[in-house]
Design a protein around this ligand. Structure first.
Ligand SMILES: C[S@@+](CC[C@H](N)C(=O)[O-])C[C@H]1O[C@@H](n2cnc3c(N)ncnc32)[C@H](O)[C@@H]1O
Length: 503
């Protein structure tokens, strides 16, 4: 296969689409590690296997994908639907470049020259991608086109809106009642992010002692939500810089979710070798503060076989010397969250008598197919459309797992985690890319396939946050805080069960 790093003679897709006579080769620059063949194929209505073949070969050649043959290439500029789908794809920030080759002749083989990004990283753990100058230029062109389309839409020059502003039906705050009697337990939060655990503990009646979070925007979210909270952000929030003994005797429960990127399936699974591993700092804090109980959460991948040794030797083993530990695997849908979301939670008790009394949280809700009823003792978990207050289209289901994005190789406003997720959102008639800052903007920026475009408050709801939780920072940053969070209703149930044990 020819090396396709030479992009001479390439025109951006949006430009090509404006000329109905143009023919050529479609080139897709897709983000490494994400299986675009399926999503592209689903959008374009072609066989995924045919597309995969080309994409695989091009991944080996360095992320540039040329699809040279196949019926969709011949159709691409003649079918209006396909043109619309492609235009939408060109707006999709996940597909980093989409171009039509005007030339089909031989292309030269060139050695890639790597060029640094001009966009400053906003997180110390952000890992920018290694790209050639041509690739960066291509991305910039696409980003510019995408921005122009969005600005035009927001200035009222795009297609007329097709969806009214939605009024959600799901109100997670109503599921998290504060206890009638105060128990007076005090909680300290590490790796607080946008506050999923913090919110759950607060609703469960805990007195908030302090939060530590490296990312200043996330710390700002906590301060905005609760100006009375003691929040440490940036360097002051770096758990590696804190003298934890200052909190000894002042904290009953310490909670936190050390960064999960080293362990998640979407990450690179380097585990202990990954500098982002926050567990050593978490252990240091527990040892110094000596709380009555700790709560630690992470992605389920951490309890997979691959990490058994890591978990035993570096988490449960050392913590188990002073604490009796329960390992829980919790699902969002069991607590009313309209999303497929799994979290592993460890709860440790310092006193044996507390550990003996602990009763793990039990489901309050159940997801059942529309038209069927939940078991008598459980409330029904809403699907995406019901939760967001969208009209009945005869289909509804839980949201696919929302991805977490803050420290990945690229900042994005898509919440997609997989190709399967793309298919599910398509069936839901919900557009999960280019998430808008608010509902008015989502309504104005019509998706090419006319599906309902999500906004930040909608994504917050799908993660179990109240829609007005004041996430701070740029849109991708707000989405990162949401995607990284423990759904507050899960946090609330765990916090209540711990309070019932200690109080
Ligand atoms: C999985 S998220 C935690 C989400 C949080 N538990 C919630 O429910 O919203 C991990 C957080 O740890 C933060 N973090 C990473 N390294 C850190 C460090 N050294 N000190 C403090 N926070 C850190 C990340 O910025 C991220 O917000």
């Amino acid at each position: 296969m020819a090396n396709t790093n030479d992009l001479d003679g390439v025109v951006p897709l949006a430009e090509a689409l404006s000329d109905p006579t143009r023919r050529g080769i479609l080139t897709v620059l897709a983000r490494e590690g994400y299986a675009y063949p399926g999503s592209l194929a689903a959008l374009l209505g072609v066989r995924a296997t045919a597309l995969s073949h080309h994409l695989r070969a091009l991944r080996r050649a360095g992320l540039v994908v040329a699809i040279k043959e196949g019926r969709w290439q011949r159709q691409e500029l003649s079918s209006p639907d396909l043109r619309a789908a492609l235009r939408d794809l060109a707006d999709d920030q996940e597909v980093e470049g989409l171009f039509l080759h005007g030339l089909t002749g031989q292309r030269a083989t060139v050695q890639p020259q790597h060029a640094p990004s001009r966009i400053p990283s906003t997180h110390p753990h952000h890992q920018p991608r290694d790209l050639t100058r041509e690739q960066r230029d291509a991305f910039r062109r696409t980003a510019t086109l995408s921005r122009l389309a969005k600005n035009a839409a927001l200035a009222g020059k795009g297609p007329a809106p097709v969806h009214p502003v939605n009024t959600p039906r799901y109100q997670p705050e109503r599921l998290m009642h504060s206890p009638v009697a105060t128990h007076g337990l005090r909680s300290l939060s590490l790796f607080s992010g946008g506050g999923g655990l913090d919110l759950g503990f607060e609703r469960a009646g805990y007195e908030h002692v302090a939060s530590y979070e490296l990312l200043q925007d996330a710390a700002n979210t906590l301060t905005k939500a609760h100006p009375e909270w003691q929040v440490y952000g940036g360097d002051a929030g770096d758990v590696n810089n804190v003298r934890w003994s200052q909190w000894k005797g002042k904290v009953d429960v310490l909670h936190g979710g050390p960064p999960c990127q080293p362990f998640s399936n979407a990450g690179r699974q380097k585990g202990v070798l990954d500098p982002r591993d926050g567990w050593p700092a978490y252990l240091r804090a527990v040892r110094a503060v000596r709380p009555l109980a700790f709560v630690a959460e992470n992605v389920p991948a951490l309890v997979s076989k691959k990490f058994t040794d890591y978990v035993e030797q570096l988490i449960t083993g050392p913590l188990g010397r002073d604490y009796t530990i329960y390992q829980l695997l919790l699902r969002g849908e069991d607590f009313g969250v309209p999303q497929k979301r799994r979290r592993v939670v460890w709860v440790g008790f310092r006193r044996k008598r507390d550990a003996a009394r602990f009763i793990p949280p039990t489901p309050t809700h159940a997801w059942v197919e529309p038209g069927q009823s939940a078991p008598a003792d459980l409330r029904h978990t809403m699907g995406v459309r019901e939760a967001l207050g969208l009209p009945d289209i005869g289909f509804d289901c839980l949201s696919p797992t929302i991805r977490s994005t803050l420290t990945g190789p690229r900042h994005t406003t898509s919440i997609l985690n997989s190709t399967a997720a793309q298919r599910t959102f398509a069936k839901l008639q919900v557009w999960p890319n280019g998430v808008a800052a608010d509902r008015e903007h989502a309504r104005a920026f019509v998706a090419a396939n006319k599906h309902f475009r999500l906004s930040v408050p909608d994504v917050a709801l799908l993660q179990g946050f109240p829609q007005d939780w004041p996430f701070q920072g740029a849109t991708y940053m707000q989405l990162g805080q949401i995607g990284n969070a423990v759904p507050p209703p899960i946090a609330y149930s765990v916090a209540l069960s711990v309070a019932a044990t200690l109080a």
